[in-house]
Write a protein that binds this ligand. Structure first.
Ligand code: HEM
Length: 423
């Protein structure tokens, strides 16, 4: 980072946090998502807008001496010498985009309009060089967020925000561990003893996802989440385009797991639309992993083929049982997300918002559609991942999973014997 970008980073980690926290405490005390017309709070909002815009412009110019810019305005890319100071490393540019994105998301959250447009050209240039959306996404908060003195970047100093980012980020790492293990199985075959190791690794990753979700559900305060954390994830405009908000699902591993297990198919138009929509909101390396789902052979198909070909050898039996456990855990984690996180932390508090304060649909969901539509999409994903039969739906992988279970039950018990222990 150039020295101006470092100044911007320092501001994001210090003054920006203090200013946002001051506003959040006032909103929380009033039991509302935002307050307007209170002079002392309007001064704080103006400071965020003005100071952030000045620092972004300096970062775009590559650390030149600060010049007074009382009223920053939109500057066309070509008139600004952005390129000479542009970091050449992808990771560095992605991190800088995250910094700019933090500022833009806070402006949207506090409904600060005007100065933030000064940050659009830099956001757009960084994003187009990386092939991603020109806004802050979940990966900037969870996975591309360098800690300094034990502290990663947050919008506020609220303990609930830290917990939300921490447990979400750890859950993504656990999903990534599972996906990495599952991706390696194709090269080994489903009856390999090494595959048993990888399936145990996948199982352990999903156990962690469930544990972390439970901890998050117990730690996070519903009102704090609803009033002070969620509002930073809203959709907003960059240049002439409205970009959808942030969600913790914007990473490829969850989809690699869906498709590799055989619970969801990239050829299902419903699922394909979800994959296509999320590309620009994932980090560049995740986009390649999302593309790879189109050609991956589902492990469910490989297990069905080999168990049907027979005989059901001890290793194949053990691996099949482990595989079915991994499928069950993936469904359980998805059901937990829906019933124990989305419902209590979003759907229920949204239903309590008084009619006259009803926020726009786009204020409640990150993807834009009304909440009931997003809930319907999430419920359908839970059905696919749990392979649940519902009236009017085809039950996804249920028939194939039952067939695999039946192949195990019908064959003689050929479990691997535990290795003898020396006495
Ligand atoms: C309080 C906690 C959470 C709430 C309220 C929540 C809420 C939501 C909502 C509303 C969506 C749909 C976004 C939209 O389209 O508007 C979503 C998507 C998603 N969330 Fe969460 N979430 C929470 C925690 C987590 C955690 C810990 C994870 C684990 C990594 C996670 C993973 C996902 C995934 C993967 C998606 C994309 C849809 C899917 O593939 O299932 N979420 N979440």
């Amino acid at each position: 980072m150039n020295s101006a970008a470092e100044d911007f980073d320092r501001w994001i980690r210090n003054d920006f946090v203090a200013l946002n926290t001051r506003l959040e405490e006032a909103y929380f005390a009033a039991g509302t998502q935002i307050l307007h017309g209170r002079p002392e709070l309007e001064t704080v909002k103006r400071r965020i807008g003005r100071e952030g815009a000045e620092l972004v412009l300096r970062a775009a110019e590559g650390g030149s001496t600060p010049s007074p810019r009382p009223t920053p305005s939109v500057r066309p890319i070509l008139s600004t010498p952005l390129l000479p100071s542009m970091p050449t490393g992808d990771d560095e540019r992605y991190e800088l985009l995250g910094l700019v994105g933090f500022y833009l998301a806070a402006c949207r959250r506090h409904e600060i309009d005007g100065p933030q447009s000064a940050a659009w050209p830099l956001a757009q240039l960084l994003a187009s060089s990386l092939g991603v959306a020109p806004r802050f996404v979940f990966a900037h908060q969870a996975l591309y967020n360098r800690a300094v003195g034990d502290t990663f970047r947050t919008f506020t100093s609220l303990a609930d925000e830290r917990a939300f980012i921490l447990y979400n980020g750890l859950s993504v790492l656990a999903y990534q561990r599972t996906a990495t293990a599952l991706r390696r199985i194709a090269a080994l075959g489903v009856s390999s003893p090494l595959t048993a190791y990888l399936l145990r690794e996948a199982r352990s990753g999903l156990d962690d996802v469930l544990d972390l979700g439970r901890t998050l559900g117990k730690t996070l305060d519903v009102d704090r989440f609803f009033l002070n954390i969620r509002p930073y994830f809203k959709p907003h405009r960059v240049g002439g385009t409205q970009y959808r908000g942030v969600n913790a699902g914007d990473f490829a591993a969850i989809n690699s797991i869906d498709v590799l297990l055989g619970l969801c198919s990239p050829y299902d138009p419903f699922y394909q639309a979800l994959l296509t929509e999320k590309y620009p909101y994932t980090p560049p390396e995740d986009q390649a992993l999302l593309r790879a789902t189109a050609t991956a052979e589902p492990l469910l198909d490989a297990f069905l083929r080999e168990t049907a070909a027979g005989p059901l050898t001890p290793q194949l039996r053990d691996n099949t049982e482990l595989f079915l456990t991994v499928c069950r855990l993936h469904g359980a984690a998805s059901a937990f997300h829906h019933h124990r996180l989305v419902v209590p932390f979003l759907q229920e508090p949204a239903a309590r918002v008084p009619q006259d304060q009803e926020p726009e649909a786009a204020d409640l969901t990150t993807s834009g559609p009304p909440l009931h539509v997003v809930m319907g999409t999430l419920a359908r994903l839970v059905d696919l991942r749990t392979a649940r039969r519902r009236p009017g739906a085809d039950g996804g992988a249920r028939t194939a999973l039952d067939q695999l279970r039946h192949a195990l039950d019908a064959a003689p018990d050929t479990h691997l014997k535990p290795a003898p222990t020396s006495t």
